[in-house]
Design a protein around this ligand. Structure first.
Ligand code: NAG
Ligand code: NAG
Ligand code: NAG
Ligand code: NAG
Ligand code: NAG
Ligand code: NAG
Ligand code: NAG
Ligand code: NAG
Ligand code: NAG
Ligand code: NAG
Ligand code: NAG
Ligand code: NAG
Length: 616
């Protein structure tokens, strides 16, 4: 099953021999600008930040050496640092998905002692799913940093800002951050990552004679991120070694690295459950800072979302301008609450608390499983561009190293689709649990990376088995039964166990066509956030009750005993769910479509939905 493929793409061979003597790195990390064009358009809007002058404007006591290797200033302390025994980490490691890259050294402490490669194992293959590096804020309507910034600028222009105390700096402050693009700190993060991965994995390519295909999307920061990474890994002659495949990131394009475009429901406001939770939580935690700060800025009426916007200027100005006066205005507790705000957004929009979470991750997961298998792509079709994936030039499945560049939300959805329940904490909008495992700053800081390593390990003198292990920002995931693995202290899992479990369960759990294209109110009812684990139970209960007449169509006769047992267990679970204060978020009622989605055989072609729904 895990055999290699002997097919050598002709086009690549031709492209390689037609190469000019001086390969240009200017705009292509691949040499064939026809087969692998990098200027595919759809870079998205970009606004560059003002020019920094940290040498002059740094407000931190600069007699202390910076020491973190980065150009930007991250020595600021939270307000009341002495009382709270706070360090700069209490700011810069608590910025959710806008945290500068940091290894997740406290995410899975139970595997930290097992991070080095077991002696009996040899690494064979690596799959990297990489987030872009630090960027300016996006231009989405929800971008509170711009709303706060322009509110201040307008008040200033109108001459009624009159900020005082700790906020006096605002009187001659200027909103100079840009939008959407990768900033220099982000370029550094990706270059550093390329360098690190070179040291970690370069020898895997020793006998690989073809050009590696690595993938990214057309968005400006995505293309830049992939290039800086390639530069760090391969050096100036990256273009001789790599074909960079740029997937178009825009509406109506299938792109597993920007999967929201092929999951129309996920783009509807009513599905952004995390945003709703975030608004609720903002009403709670911003009260204290508003009370404290409002008197210092009478010209601007601070609301919860403006306060959130003010806080988010700390991470954004830091990476765009090199430092930010906003960081020191807030206490350690304020920053912990801010981080929780972002946790709610991500777990609620793309993770275990959103029914589209698994669906948005499935496309990449199927690609990943196909690569692990070393076979040609033959589904499950779930938002992949099959024109590309069915062509081994664009979707080779026998590489020793894969690197795909993507967004934070996709990494969240992929982990959700792979059922990494180790981070599936249900997050209430009322109060953070300080002992929760899930933290967006640990899962997808800027330049986050989800890495899967395939290892051959000696079982005894004569036998070797293939294993897999996963790392989230270097922390080894303690894989368990929920991913199909027998738990071990070192987090290793038999490759075959992991693969079969995921191949069977991931599509079943994700219900891609139903979730992404189904009609709320007809095919199911969306009532609020919940853990996806329980969704499945809810759905089965509903079907059993409502579709008695279609019973035989839904479940093959041979699995009746299992279904009955599961039904019993599920009934109890359903009862417990109903007893919980929080209501289930999705009630499935597919009476208009009795298609047995759950029982489609692997690899078969199917088309459940006629796609009429598209995002605008
Ligand atoms: C793209 O490829 C064509 C054909 O090989 C070549 O003539 C052209 O110079 C290339 N352009 C760039 C910018 O590399
Ligand atoms: C590459 O850069 C050149 C010069 O800037 C430009 O003319 C060309 O369109 C770019 N694109 C590709 C795919 O070579
Ligand atoms: C703010 O900065 C921008 C860009 O650096 C500059 O064009 C503008 O004049 C500045 N505005 C003020 C009020 O300083
Ligand atoms: C940077 O320093 C200059 C000179 O001290 C000052 O005029 C300017 O207002 C400062 N800019 C910011 C954003 O603090
Ligand atoms: C600045 O830093 C130096 C060295 O750490 C320290 O001795 C000094 O007290 C600091 N000064 C202020 C004003 O914080
Ligand atoms: C700072 O600490 C003091 C002493 O514990 C406390 O009274 C004050 O409320 C704190 N300030 C903030 C903003 O938390
Ligand atoms: C490459 O081939 C050589 C010679 O067969 C072998 O010793 C080496 O282990 C191979 N390297 C890899 C990474 O497979
Ligand atoms: C698939 O990719 C091809 C080649 O880039 C592109 O022309 C096509 O529009 C894509 N189709 C979809 C549905 O994304
Ligand atoms: C795009 O994704 C949809 C949903 O899975 C699928 O039906 C369609 O065939 C895909 N298009 C291409 C060109 O792969
Ligand atoms: C795969 O893509 C290459 C390069 O675009 C093209 O030449 C080839 O015909 C494609 N193969 C198939 C089977 O479509
Ligand atoms: C390993 O293989 C050798 C030779 O085939 C055999 O004698 C020995 O018993 C085997 N050892 C184990 C642990 O299976
Ligand atoms: C996820 O874990 C739950 C609970 O153990 C299990 O019921 C489900 O089948 C798993 N799904 C996948 C995709 O592994």
């Amino acid at each position: 099953m895990f055999g290699p493929i002997a097919f050598v793409p002709l086009v690549l061979a031709v492209a390689a021999s037609a190469q000019t003597a001086t390969p240009s790195f200017k705009n292509v990390t691949g040499t064939s600008n026809i087969t692998f064009p990098t200027d595919v358009g759809f870079a998205g809007p970009v606004k560059y930040e003002g020019l920094p002058l940290l040498a002059q404007n740094d407000t931190v006591n600069s007699t202390a050496f910076q020491g973190n290797g980065y150009g930007v200033e991250m020595r600021e302390l939270p307000l009341n640092a002495t009382v709270d025994k706070a360090t700069p980490d209490d700011i810069f490691r608590n910025l959710g998905t806008t945290s500068p890259y940091h290894a997740a050294d406290d995410l899975f402490p139970e595997t930290n002692a097992y991070r080095s490669m077991p002696e009996k194992c040899e690494i064979k293959e690596v799959h990297i799913l990489h987030r872009h590096g630090a960027r300016n804020p996006t231009l989405s309507a929800h971008e509170a940093s711009f709303v706060f910034g322009s509110t201040v600028m307008n008040a200033s222009k109108a001459g009624n800002l009159s900020a005082s105390g700790d906020l006096a700096f605002l009187n001659d402050w200027n909103l100079t951050i840009g939008a959407e693009n990768l900033v220099h700190q982000g370029a550094q993060e990706l270059f550093d990552s390329g360098v690190k991965h070179y040291y970690d994995y370069a020898r895997l390519m020793q006998n690989y004679t073809e050009k590696l295909v690595i993938r990214t999307t057309s968005q400006s920061r995505m293309l830049d991120s992939a290039r800086y990474w390639a530069l760090g890994f391969f050096g100036w002659n990256a273009s001789e070694l790599v074909n960079l495949e740029v997937l178009t990131e825009t509406s109506k394009q299938n792109d597993t690295l920007a999967a929201y475009y092929s999951c129309p429901n996920s783009n509807k406001d009513s599905y952004f459950l995390g945003d709703k939770l975030s608004s609720q939580w903002q009403e709670v935690y911003t009260q204290a800072p508003i009370q404290r700060i409002q008197p210092m800025i009478p010209g601007v009426k601070l609301t919860p979302s403006l306060m959130y916007g003010m806080m988010s200027l700390c991470p954004y100005e830091t990476v765009a301008m090199g430092y930010s006066r906003f960081c020191e205005l807030f206490t350690k507790t304020d920053w912990e609450n801010y981080e929780y705000d972002i946790d709610l957004q991500f777990q609620g929009n793309y993770g275990f608390m959103n029914p589209t979470g698994k669906a948005q991750g499935l496309g990449w997961v199927v690609e990943f499983l196909t690569r692990l298998n070393g076979s040609a792509f033959h589904g499950r079709v779930s938002g992949q561009n099959t024109t590309l994936d069915k062509n081994s030039t664009y979707f080779p499945t026998h590489q020793p190293l894969y690197a795909d560049f993507t967004h934070d939300d996709i990494i969240h959805s992929v982990l959700t689709s792979l059922n990494v329940t180790q981070i599936s904490d249900f997050l209430p909008a009322t109060k953070p649990n300080p002992n929760r495992r899930y933290r967006s700053s640990r899962v997808t800081p800027f330049a986050a990376r989800l890495v899967w390593e395939v290892l051959d390990c000696k079982e005894d003198k004569n036998n070797t088995s293939s294993y897999i292990r996963g790392k989230i920002n270097e922390a080894v995931i303690p894989l368990n039964e929920d991913q199909g693995c027998a738990p071990r202290p070192d987090g290793l899992c038999k490759l075959q166990d992991f693969w079969s479990h995921q191949w069977k369960n991931a599509p079943k759990d994700a219900k891609f066509n139903l979730v992404c294209f189904g009609k709320n109110g007809t095919d199911f009812q969306l009532t609020g956030p919940h853990q996806a684990l329980q969704l499945l139970s809810i759905m089965v209960v509903q079907r059993a009750a409502k579709q008695a007449t279609n019973w035989k169509k839904i479940i093959p006769v041979e699995v009746y005993p299992i279904v009955l047992l599961t039904g019993l267990a599920v009934g109890v679970a359903g009862w417990q769910v109903a007893r919980c204060a929080r209501s289930p978020d999705v009630i499935w009622d597919k009476k208009n479509n009795p298609t047995p989605w759950n029982n489609i055989e692997q690899g078969t072609q199917y088309k459940l939905w006629n796609i009429g729904v598209r995002i605008s």
